[in-house]
Design a protein around this ligand. Structure first.
Ligand SMILES: Cc1cc2nc3c(=O)[nH]c(=O)nc-3n(C[C@H](O)[C@H](O)[C@H](O)COP(=O)(O)OP(=O)(O)OC[C@H]3O[C@@H](n4cnc5c(N)ncnc54)[C@H](O)[C@@H]3O)c2cc1C
Length: 404
């Protein structure tokens, strides 16, 4: 049960959220998706509407103006948004997560200053770990936080950060003990208007402009002691936990994109005639769609399984389930988006369809919130752990037999 809501209330609040999200997609996201992509525009212009419809407050407590819904509602929302535009889904959920983080760990000043305006989409937020020199190995980050009178001074650079081209408030991770690794990393609330914050003057990085990915520098940026949102020893563990959840919704977004592509290709196959018959009438053609339908269903099941574990707070099992869901779903999207695009012939490449945008987004999905290789390592540790346990049990029972 989320925030004391009865199951029936929860289901109806979630259904209402998804209905509003559908309207947002139909009226605001889809009509201009290709134009956004052509112009290299971020999602900033959409954030107020997303806020007005409550899409930025899914998991935020109702006492702070949010919906108080569980993680799985956010997963369903992102799946729906990404079917139209992966970058918009990422922009909305990343701003949402900043609100959630501030609501959970911020001081009263952070909450009153930022939360209401982030919730309405008047302001946007981002979370910054990645640096030009450190991506997968985030604990090797070089951005430094030095204690000064009354607070901290931050110096360093961040790159490839979702929403960074427009974010007003940034949660920035920095090293407080040079060489201290994960244990020395703390999280700070950074105000983009303050002296010492320098946003790179460039359009969004990468092939999915709506994600608003950008870079910034901190040069002698001064903040108060209370702006340390999470202390060393806590910050890195906490963000890894959040990233774990993020893997589930990135996997769900891949499902949303493939679902949309499958529907488009299937509809196209009803009308398009070749050699005197519809495309569906050609066995070789329709098997391609059948393969996509199988893998899509499998990916959706992995996502739903991981979602339930996150909702239940079963962090250990959720870690592995989330990693499996993301590896499977991103690979599924890379393979089937290309196949479905091909199934529509030249028409699949048309700007009116999202397939080329989705294909680029699937590539981005393999990197954000844990690259495929990092997740394979997590899954491999689990596989080995199970073998170690089984071998340990065998040795133990063999020993017991000998002793008898
Ligand atoms: C559009 C976009 C938005 C992003 N948004 C954010 C954001 O909001 N916040 C944020 O902090 N970061 C963000 N990122 C950064 C993302 O988290 C990194 O891209 C990711 O962590 C990988 O880091 P890297 O790109 O530096 O690759 P690297 O770490 O340089 O790795 C390069 C390649 O080598 C592989 N590799 C690395 N180490 C190993 C190993 N030990 N064994 C095998 N293979 C290995 C990687 O998987 C990858 O394929 C975003 C990235 C993109 C593309």
């Amino acid at each position: 049960m989320a925030e004391g809501l009865a199951d029936a209330d929860l289901a109806s609040a979630e259904a209402a959220l998804l209905k509003r999200a559908r309207t947002f997609v139909d009226e605001h996201v889809e009509p201009k998706a290709s134009e956004r992509s052509r112009q290299g525009a971020s999602s900033q212009a959409l954030m107020r509407e997303a806020g007005r419809l409550g899409l930025i407050g899914v998991q935020i407590p109702r006492s702070l103006g949010g919906l108080g819904l569980p993680f799985s509602s956010k997963v369903k929302l992102t799946r729906l948004l990404a079917a139209a535009d992966f970058g918009v889904a990422m922009a909305v959920v990343n701003s949402h997560n900043v609100v959630e983080h501030l609501a959970r760990m911020g001081c009263s000043d952070h909450i009153s200053r930022w939360v209401p305006r982030l919730l309405t989409g008047e302001m946007t937020g981002c979370t910054a770990l990645t640096e030009p020199q450190a991506g997968s190995d985030a604990a090797a980050m070089l951005t430094q936080a030095q204690a000064v009178d009354g607070g901290w001074r931050l110096d360093g650079a961040k790159s490839w950060i979702t929403n960074a081209v427009h974010a007003d408030v940034l949660i920035v991770y920095a090293q407080t003990q040079p060489g201290g690794g994960a244990a020395g990393i703390a999280a700070f609330v950074v105000d983009a208007q303050a002296t010492g914050f320098e946003r790179a003057a460039q359009p969004p990085q990468g092939p999915v402009s709506s994600i608003g990915s950008g870079s910034f520098k901190l040069a002698q940026y001064q903040c108060d002691g209370q702006d340390m949102l999470a202390a060393p020893g806590v910050a890195f563990k906490d963000i890894l936990n959040s990233i774990n959840g993020a893997r589930v919704y990135v996997a769900a977004m891949c499902c949303g994109m493939v679902d949309r592509a499958l529907a488009l290709a299937s509809e196209y196959g009803v009308f398009r005639q070749t050699f005197g018959a519809s495309l569906h009438a050609h066995q070789g053609w329709r098997w391609r769609l059948a393969d996509a339908a199988i893998d899509l269903e499998a990916a959706n099941l992995l996502v739903d399984h991981a979602s339930v574990l996150v909702d239940d707070g079963d962090h250990l099992r959720a870690q592995v389930a989330a990693a499996k869901a993301k590896v499977f779903a991103t690979r599924m999207a890379q393979r089937h988006l290309a196949e479905l695009l091909h199934a529509m012939g030249a028409q699949g490449l048309s700007e009116q369809h999202p397939l080329t945008r989705h294909l680029a987004a699937a590539q981005v999905a393999t990197l954000v919130d844990g690259s495929t290789e990092m997740l394979l390592e997590r899954i491999a540790r689990d596989v080995q752990g199970q073998a170690d346990t089984a071998v340990g049990l065998t040795i133990h029972s063999t020993q017991q037999t000998k002793d008898q």
